[in-house]
Design a protein. Structure first.
Length: 729
């Protein structure tokens, strides 16, 4: 056995659970203790400064320099109580994860003495060097300098000795270089559009906010084993590995108890989350062995997204404390269930109404139906754009690939809603409705049962499912930033609602009554978007065929999917709703293509190294052993006996030779293709070359390696195997 694998297994055998102590029996004693939240602000800030923060966060009114100084000073005083010495502007560049640049509070006073200072200027704005963050092509045409600016709507928090201030990140010329900036714009756009539509029903509605509740799936792998797998540690997934004799067939993991080492990790994580005011609530096993899920109570989308990013960071660090590595890759193990990040999405009015929840009376239900139908229409019109928001090298291993669910964007509504829409479609007629028809319709709509709220016939295979009072977007990958899909969903919803409102207004102008106008447009939309509704098994082959007949799109190629960000209709949404300008959109596409190229490039290199330096030599060692054995046999047996007894060994030698030759030839061919691709200047051509010419080798080389793994003596196999990675406790 290689030393690497031997030591890893040895270390694993000696692991003990790391004990965790609750800070207090009462959660409320420490919940949000490390957040400069409203309660803390009131305690530390003069009233006028506190009001300024509220005004800024709720109405976007700028904070004056004087007040910013007051706030910064109060923040520092509060943070000092926790031994904080540094501060950072915390932001979400277009890479995966977050970035921060730490600065000390240290400063010189006017007299030249060393003092601690944190001014309003430093709180509000900072200038990290943007050149090391991805910005697509904008670097060539624009200055690389960027700055971060305080997002007042998300509170500052403390991690270790650092005060973290959530910020947006934009280039010196105003180009957004992060996820937060366009997310805030999309939330604003949907607020305006949804408010206008909601006012058709209730004039008292003045604001619509977006709720997001994410569910984060992940795998845990023991750190020693993780480090002994260069593919896992360098690419986040296993590039080889034969599936274990026992994997998830028994499905006993989902309901099984959580091993103590993992429970302690989860407990530790929850404590840290709660200190940071992140309302994590559920934790459970997932379908695959060593796969788990964490979900908080939903929050305002911007805050919820910050919290998801923060949680992912915390998870990595706390996992290390417990000698685990957390895997966010969407498909770390081939043949085993992948990890997603479900985005539970709903719209809520300032009058406290969830627009995706059935109302208490016919009028409320009309409002509900209006938003449901618009959401459905939004998906129908924006299938490609929605897909582009979740497509990546890693998520494409989980969706749309070999043995993976297809990437068709359909909507699941459940039996009740489906029947209701069918009734609505039939009931309303193009000609003027009689009063009786109207009453019938209203009664029909009035009868949405409460049962909907626990919509039990949930369909787990639908990428966009209505789950009683929200939609659940399940195509997003576990490693993604929720903002990527939230930007697109909310921008597209804003666009859809604006279209809807315009059509309704036009009909009213033509003399239709308001209700009638709404019915007419809804009916048209129900008809038009029918093909996007699907209640069956979204993972089946039949569905792929059926979807094709219906004209729904299904794109597996990553660069092709990403480029759908720039179709005419996508631009109408993203540029039309003011989320991006042309340059920003182009830069985003280039960043995504670049990420894809880099990921495949790294995977291909790592696979090449591993096979040539670890797998092939091991295969040859084993082969030599077999050869010695065969020669020995020849010496002691007579010809007939020898031929009979050595046959299996001889054919094994042949098989191993063939696999080894195949691996060497394919690695060489893959390297050649990589060289050709690397010479391409055009980023799109390069991405397609990586997708079509390089990526297929990852699968085909793996096939031979996995076969070798089955043939070669377990004792000398160099890498920890699937059963060790997945079933170690
Ligand atoms: P599931 O059965 O899908 O695993 P969970 O109860 O684990 O459901 O979590 C679903 C997520 O949906 C949680 O984050 C929860 O807070 C969130 N959620 C519930 N209601 C809403 C809503 N109205 N809007 C947005 N998210 C919601
Ligand atoms: Mg869910």
């Amino acid at each position: 056995m290689s030393k690497m694998r031997f030591f890893a297994l040895n270390e694993l055998a000696n692991r003990k659970p790391i004990e965790v102590v609750l800070p207090s029996k009462n959660l409320s004693d420490y919940y949000s203790s490390h957040v400069f939240d409203k309660k803390t602000m009131q305690e530390f800030l003069p009233k006028e400064a506190y009001m300024a923060v509220l005004e800024a966060s709720e109405n976007g009114i700028p904070i004056s320099r004087e007040k910013a100084d007051l706030i910064a000073n109060a923040m520092r005083n509060w943070a000092k109580g926790f031994g904080v010495t540094h501060y950072t502007h915390w932001f979400q560049p277009l890479t995966d994860g977050t970035a921060e640049k730490h600065d000390g509070f240290i400063d010189f006073s006017d007299e030249g003495d060393v003092i601690e200072r944190f001014s309003g200027k430093l709180l509000v704005q900072q200038e990290p060097d943007a050149s090391s963050f991805p910005n697509g092509g904008t670097r060539n045409t624009f200055e690389a300098r960027g700055y971060t600016a305080w997002d007042v709507s998300s509170p500052a928090f403390i991690v270790d000795d650092t005060l973290c201030i959530p910020t947006i990140f934009i280039s010196y010329t105003g180009i957004a270089l992060d996820y937060k900036t366009p997310l805030l714009k999309a939330l604003n756009a949907v607020d305006k559009a949804a408010t206008n539509v909601a006012q058709l029903f209730n004039k008292n509605i003045n604001k619509v906010s977006v709720n997001l509740g994410w569910e984060q799936e992940y795998f845990l792998v023991d750190s020693a084993l993780f480090n002994a797998r260069p593919d896992l540690s360098l690419t986040g997934r296993t590039l080889m590995g034969h599936s274990s004799a026992k994997d998830q067939q028994l499905d006993d993991h989902y309901f099984g108890s959580i091993p103590p080492r993992v429970t302690n990790f989860m407990k530790d994580l929850e404590i840290e989350c709660h200190k940071l005011g992140i309302p994590v609530k559920t934790r459970h096993n997932e379908v695959a062995p060593n796969q788990f899920e964490l979900a908080p109570i939903f929050e305002d989308a911007n805050l919820s997204n910050d919290h998801n990013q923060l949680v992912m960071d915390l998870m990595k660090r706390i996992a290390n404390r417990h000698n685990f590595n957390v895997l966010f890759h969407e498909k770390p193990f081939s043949g085993i269930n992948g990890s997603g990040k479900h985005n539970n999405w709903s719209l809520q009015t300032d009058t406290g109404v969830n627009l995706f929840a059935p109302g208490k009376n016919p009028k409320g239900n009309m409002l509900f139906i209006t938003f449901i139908v618009n959401a459905m229409m939004m998906v129908f019109k924006n299938q490609d754009l929605l897909r582009s928001s979740i497509m990546s090298a890693s998520n494409s291993c989980r969706l749309g690939a070999h043995e993976a669910p297809p990437l068709i964007l359909s909507v699941f509504l459940g039996k009740y809603l489906t029947n209701m829409l069918d009734t609505l479609e039939k009931q309303v007629d193009d000609k003027k409705m009689t009063p009786e028809q109207k009453t019938a319709l209203k009664l029909g709509i009035g009868r949405i049962p409460e049962i909907l709220l626990d919509n039990t016939d949930r369909n787990r295979t639908s990428p966009f499912a209505f789950t009683g009072n929200r939609f659940e977007f399940r195509a997003a990958g576990s490693s993604s930033n929720c903002a990527a899909s939230m930007i697109v969903i909310n921008a597209a919803m804003a666009h859809q609602l604006n279209d809807f409102k315009r059509e309704v207004d036009e009909l009213i102008d033509k003399g239709n009554g308001k209700d009638e106008a709404i019915f007419k447009v809804l009916k048209k939309m129900i008809k038009a978007s029918k093909s996007v509704r699907f209640e069956g098994d979204g993972y089946s082959d039949d569905w792929c065929k059926e979807a094709e007949k219906r004209g729904l799109t299904n794109i597996n190629c990553v660069p092709e999917a990403i480029l759908k960000y720039e179709t005419k209709s996508a631009k109408q949404v993203l540029i039309g709703e003011g989320i991006f300008n042309e340059t920003e959109l182009r830069s985003r596409v280039e960043v995504e293509l670049e990420k894809f190229i880099k990921k495949i490039q790294i995977e291909s290199r790592v696979l090449g190294d591993l096979t040539i330096n670890h797998i092939v030599p091991t295969a040859i060692t084993y082969q030599n052993r077999l050869l010695e054995n065969i020669i020995g046999m020849k010496q002691i047996f007579d010809k007939e006996e020898y031929e009979h007894l050595s046959e299996a060994r001889r054919s094994l030698v042949k098989e191993i030779s063939e696999y080894v030759s195949e691996i060497k030839a394919q690695v060489k061919a893959m390297t050649e293709e990589r060289k050709i691709a690397n010479r391409l200047e055009d980023i799109e051509e390069k991405a397609f070359a990586y997708s079509n010419k390089v990526k297929p080798y990852l699968e085909s080389i793996r096939y031979y390696v996995d076969n070798l793994e089955m043939e070669i003596d377990n004792e000398i196999w160099p890498l920890p195997k699937y059963r060790e990675l997945l079933f170690s406790k």
